[in-house]
Design a protein around this ligand. Structure first.
Ligand SMILES: [Fe+2]
Ligand SMILES: [Fe+2]
Length: 297
């Protein structure tokens, strides 16, 4: 019988992972007040916002705004995780609390940065923020294992996004580059936790392969619910270092390799079929990427 819940036999190992996470995150603990250029702040009532005050290129603003509108949906991510892991391993429920506390300052940091530096129309930003949270987030998977596969990929993709955008941002404002690298560090630790949980499960029971495919093949950033998401991502791909090429090389390829999908040997025929499907999907994406690279030359 294939299960899509987490395996209770792994609880002690996951406890160790969680303790390790807390140690590592305590070492890099930070408050968002430390990363903002407060001396640039001006009262919007005294000095109203005007487009001429924007100094960053539009592509960088789009990237930061897109990241912000992803992070603001934290209440819905937490609610999804809390519901999904209810009755599952308590260590995961504990981690969701720690994770939420860590994620909670990401949107504050990005939003305050945009407001202080006057990089966006504050009224428009407020409306987008509200609209995005009101829309919420409804993923099409609900089981503990699939949710954990998704969060592994999402944390890795977010880490890569921040690191890549920081390279472009740094050229225009080193404060922004530094702030994005800091966010990336948090995402790195989150990614490490989730990805190892999946790895332990696959090692213990390769039949879990059955539940990998749907999430891997349909992965979409959680921000996909915000207005104009596709247009935003097209701009970011072109001018801020994160697009389908980076997704393939730095996310999909990395995770398929880390979980060693090539060498897993599930017993259940449907799990083996799922494993081969993932490898086929990976090959197809690789060919698409190579074709695209050739047309770019
Ligand atoms: Fe985050
Ligand atoms: Fe994260």
């Amino acid at each position: 019988m294939l299960t899509n819940d987490l395996d209770f036999r792994l609880e002690p190992r996951l406890r160790d992972l969680y303790e390790e996470h807390k140690k590592r995150s305590a070492k890099i603990d930070w408050g968002y007040h430390e990363f903002l250029p407060w001396d640039k702040a001006q009262d919007f009532r005294r000095v109203p916002w005007d487009p001429s005050q924007v100094t960053l290129p539009a592509s960088v603003v789009t990237a930061i705004e897109t990241a912000l509108l992803t992070e603001v949906n934290l209440p819905w991510f937490t609610s999804h995780l809390a519901q999904t892991f209810k009755g599952s391993l308590t260590v995961i429920q504990d981690f969701v609390h720690t994770w939420t506390a860590e994620e909670d300052q990401h949107s504050s940091l990005l939003e305050t940065y945009l407001l202080i530096t006057r990089s966006v129309d504050p009224k428009r930003l407020h409306e987008l923020h509200k609209m995005t949270v009101e829309n919420g987030w409804q993923p099409d998977f609900h089981t503990p294992f699939e949710t954990m596969v998704y969060t592994s990929m999402q944390e890795l993709a977010t880490m890569v996004f921040y690191n890549n955008v920081s390279k472009e941002a740094n050229k225009h404002d080193p404060d922004l580059g530094r702030l994005l690298r800091r966010l990336a560090k948090d995402e790195t630790l989150h990614y490490a936790f989730y990805r190892d949980i999946i790895k332990f499960h696959l090692q213990l029971e390769p039949n879990y392969c059955y539940y990998l495919g749907h999430v891997i093949k349909n992965f979409q950033m959680p921000g996909a619910v915000m207005p104009d998401f596709e247009d935003r991502m097209a701009i970011i791909a072109k001018e801020a270092n994160y697009g389908p090429l980076e997704y393939f090389d730095q996310v999909l390829d990395v995770i398929i390799d880390y979980w060693d999908i090539k060498n897993l040997r599930p017993i259940a025929p449907e799990a083996e079929k799922a494993r081969l499907d993932i490898l086929k999907y990976h090959d197809r994406m690789k060919r698409v990427k190579e074709r695209f690279m050739r047309t770019q030359k």
